[in-house]
Design a protein around this ligand. Structure first.
Ligand SMILES: NC(=O)C1=CN([C@@H]2O[C@H](COP(=O)(O)OP(=O)(O)OC[C@H]3O[C@@H](n4cnc5c(N)ncnc54)[C@H](O)[C@@H]3O)[C@@H](O)[C@H]2O)C=CC1
Ligand SMILES: O=C(O)CCC(=O)C(=O)O
Length: 395
């Protein structure tokens, strides 16, 4: 089962629990617009190279469409479609006034020079500039892109439309980016985990964590969990994995990873097979690499049943990783107001939004007798359905 089929299955299950009529269900599922563009750039050696770029704008009933742009060799239209749909439900779970979108370019960013990446980003922006905008569709970083990518998009977009910092979020702070955005997704994971543990009378302190992925989300989550007294006992990235049952020294691992472009060779624990990481004994497992690691097609329900029997709870991604888009929303608000918040306010507001999203999800679990994943889906889908009906779009 591919990502789109898995996402649509969750949506349909939620629509059934909510008793949505079939016309409304169909109109919520079909994307608003799917954009595919060819981006041809001169490489540094003078040859021409062509890359396919996508932007899927799924839904705008609750506000401008919102979602990241990823640069990855495996980007394909079905996956971007699924991720755009997930953004619609995620922004609704977080209760921020946005719809959902996602984009990507099929390329290997590690194989391109900085100037090639800049040319590619500018050509992509030229092709989509009239379809994005402050009140239309607001991109942000995702895998393989970062604040610099957003700065190039902002600059290229501004050539056509005048200086418009709010057209993208996740920008460098010098160009109107929000303090705290870089850490926001990892910090949101911490807050969501804290809320779940609190329900069981536990805190972060003393729990054993395993983290798959040591990029933006995984490394911030590891740092913040350690600060909160949690013990990170195993971490992997694409280069390797390390285990230390006494707790990994995260500051040391950050330094090693920056100097060696990955975890491989780190001497602060035992090197282990990265594929064994998901089955390491721990209290909390955080998958922060590629999507779909637990959602393994037809096996998914089987795996979920086994985990449930063992008393394992799964915090759904559309809730657990919503901290990034939530702080993106704060960034957009600051840009529109022309006013900058301090980092303490950003983090405080993020905690309020994450805790409320968890509480609202639990309420849906109670009223619809479902697990956390379906609680989050019914919460998101219900909010979008209500906006759709109020705007008279369901027919
Ligand atoms: N950065 C953000 O604000 C948000 C990110 N996400 C999602 O979180 C995930 C991670 O995103 P980022 O940290 O931003 O990406 P990133 O590109 O900064 O880091 C990805 C990490 O995963 C590792 N990785 C890749 N393949 C792996 C494998 N097979 N096994 C183990 N590790 C592997 C990489 O080495 C790297 O450490 C993605 O699925 C992304 O869509 C979701 C919401 C917001
Ligand atoms: O920050 C944003 O606007 C989008 C983040 C994103 O793509 C995601 O939450 O998956």
């Amino acid at each position: 089962m591919n990502a789109l089929a898995a996402t649509s299955r969750n949506f349909k299950q939620a629509a059934k629990l909510l008793g949505l009529d079939s016309k409304l269900e169909k109109s919520l599922l079909i994307p608003f617009r799917e954009i595919k563009v060819e981006c041809t750039i001169p490489k540094d050696d003078g040859t021409l190279a062509s890359y396919v770029g996508f932007r899927v704008q799924h839904d705008n009933a609750r506000g401008p469409m919102k979602g990241g742009i990823r640069y990855h060799h495996e980007v394909d239209p079905d996956e971007v479609n699924a991720l755009a749909q997930l953004m619609t439900w995620k922004t609704a779970v977080a209760n921020i006034p946005y719809g959902g979108a996602k984009g990507g370019i099929g390329c290997s960013p590690g194989d391109l020079s900085i100037s090639e990446l800049e040319r590619l980003t500018r050509v992509f922006t030229q092709k989509i500039h009239d379809l994005i905008g402050i009140h239309t569709d607001v991109p942000a970083p995702d895998m393989g892109t970062n604040a610099q990518t957003m700065a190039w998009i902002l600059d290229e977009y501004s050539k056509f439309h005048g200086y418009s910092p709010a057209v993208v979020t996740g920008k460098p702070v010098d160009l109107g980016g929000s303090l705290g955005r870089d850490a926001a997704t990892g910090r949101g994971v911490l807050f969501a985990t804290e809320a779940l543990l609190a329900e069981h009378g536990k805190g972060i302190a003393g729990q054993r964590f395993v983290i798959q992925g040591f990029g933006n989300v995984g490394s911030w989550a590891a740092q913040l969990i350690t600060e909160a007294g949690g013990k990170v006992i195993a971490i992997s990235d694409v280069t390797g994995a390390v285990k230390n049952s006494n707790g990994i020294d995260i500051a040391k691992l950050m330094k090693h990873s920056a100097e060696n472009r990955g975890i491989k060779g780190f001497d602060g624990g035992d090197a282990v097979d990265p594929t064994s990481l998901l089955t390491e004994e721990c209290d909390v497992l955080i998958p922060a690499a590629l999507g779909g690691v637990i959602n393994n097609g037809e096996m998914y329900m089987f795996v979920v049943q086994i985990l449930a029997k063992k008393g394992v709870l799964i915090l759904p991604d559309i809730l657990a990783n919503s901290g990034g888009v939530t702080v993106s929303y704060f960034e957009w608000v600051q840009n529109i107001q022309g006013f900058m918040w301090d980092e303490e306010k950003v983090n405080r507001e993020l905690k309020t939004y994450m805790t409320r999203a968890f509480r609202d999800t639990k309420e849906m679990c109670r009223s619809h007798h479902c697990d956390l994943r379906m609680g989050a889906f019914t919460l998101g889908v219900n909010r979008v359905a209500r906006a759709t009906v109020l705007r008279g779009w369901e027919a």
